[in-house]
Design a protein around this ligand. Structure first.
Ligand code: MG
Length: 368
């Protein structure tokens, strides 16, 4: 089962509502889909949403990396020798983690098809359904509380709120408004997306603790490369701190874990370069007694399907941040995971469970 060809095609889907974080505002999800075809005719799919502000990847760089650098090295390789294949993929080009992730997903899709098992089962099969949180867009407090109440009425029990954009007092007002509206039974997690300096973060989190806002966890309070600062925040607050942008690779994870710089890790395939490296990050975290969440960029249901299969497979992954497809104005992906309210279910079809005919229409630009 040798790789015969690797193709890419761009997709674009408008969001129903602009998505704003401390790093950027997004109105349309732009992504590159990759199709890996084997000599027996079987096809695997993957996705790379270029996220300049986090991974440094762009539409042009992802397309070039896959077509001109990765494809020539993988074509002709047998997917049954997967360690060799993943090693070639990792060494083909430094960084470019989104391009690698898309190809890694497609290979995992093919491995599932070869084994005739859904990917989550092939990887471990720990859960057969998972529940996602939902992100409340940043707005004036009353509007955020109203939105939050709507999501809770729709069944969501975990809300994620972006902070670190304006001043701390405004952040606290927003969270207070949401907490008062949704009550104590809803989990509220925050994501500062590197928006604070270490001492500022300790002050902000301390104020939230004093205000009794019952925050479940706070993602990436400080700059990605300031792991010492991250350790400082973790050491000086009671609220669990989660590393996100600070952890791309297993090596990054090891450093954060050895320093005790975070209580939790957010794994994303676009940072790790795919499922192969993500499994290693999770195994390291598990050895250190650190739980993991799996999250995503603003991507379509294709990338989330791969991430969800990985996330469901492992007992150490207990949190799931897969709301991105729910923010899109339409679902262009044929097959894959299914959303039933807040719950994500997996098809019993092998691999990622995509429909090839439907995906080929997307490739032709139809159905987009
Ligand atoms: Mg984050």
């Amino acid at each position: 089962m040798k790789i015969h060809s690797i193709d890419t095609f761009p997709v674009a889907v408008p969001l129903t509502k602009p998505f704003k974080t401390a790093l950027r505002t997004v109105t349309t999800a732009h992504s590159i889909f990759v199709k890996v075809t084997c000599d027996d005719g079987s096809v695997g799919y993957g996705e790379a949403p270029p996220t300049h502000v986090i991974t440094g990847d762009s539409t042009g760089s992802v397309t070039y990396a896959i077509q001109e650098v990765i494809a020539p090295q993988l074509i002709g390789q047998d997917i049954r020798h997967r360690e060799e294949l993943f090693l070639k993929l990792k060494k083909a080009i430094v960084r470019n983690t989104s391009a690698k992730a898309a190809v890694d997903m497609a290979i995992h899709d093919l491995l599932g098809q070869l084994a005739n098992m859904p990917l989550y089962q092939l990887l471990g099969g720990f859960r057969n359904e998972i529940e996602t949180d939902f992100t409340v867009s940043v707005n004036v407090p009353a509007e955020m509380a109203e939105d939050a109440a709507g999501y809770v009425a729709g069944g969501f029990t975990v809300l994620k709120v972006k902070v670190g954009i304006g001043d701390i007092a405004e952040d606290i007002e927003r969270i207070r408004a949401i907490r008062e509206r949704v009550g104590q039974n809803v989990k509220i997690r925050l994501d500062a997306n590197q928006g604070w300096k270490p001492k500022e973060a300790v002050q902000a989190i301390g104020k939230m603790e004093d205000a009794g806002l019952a925050i479940e966890l706070i993602e990436q309070p400080v700059l990605a490369d300031d792991v010492e600062g991250l350790r400082y925040v973790t050491a000086h607050t009671l609220t669990p701190i989660m590393a996100d942008e600070s952890v791309f690779s297993a090596k990054d994870a090891l450093r954060v874990l050895q320093m005790g710089a975070a209580d939790l890790i957010n794994i994303k395939l676009m940072k790790s370069g795919g499922i192969q490296e993500a499994m290693k990050i999770n195994a390291l975290a598990e050895a250190f007694g650190v739980g993991c969440m799996v999250g995503s960029m603003i991507e379509t249901k294709l990338g989330i399907t791969a991430a969800a299969h990985f996330a469901a497979s492992q007992p150490n992954i207990t949190r799931f941040d897969f709301d991105a497809p729910l923010m899109l104005s339409k679902d262009i992906v044929a097959g894959g995971i299914e959303y039933d309210g807040t719950v994500i279910r997996f098809a019993e079809a092998p691999g990622l469970g995509l429909y090839q005919e439907g995906m080929e229409l997307v490739e032709k630009g139809e159905g987009q």
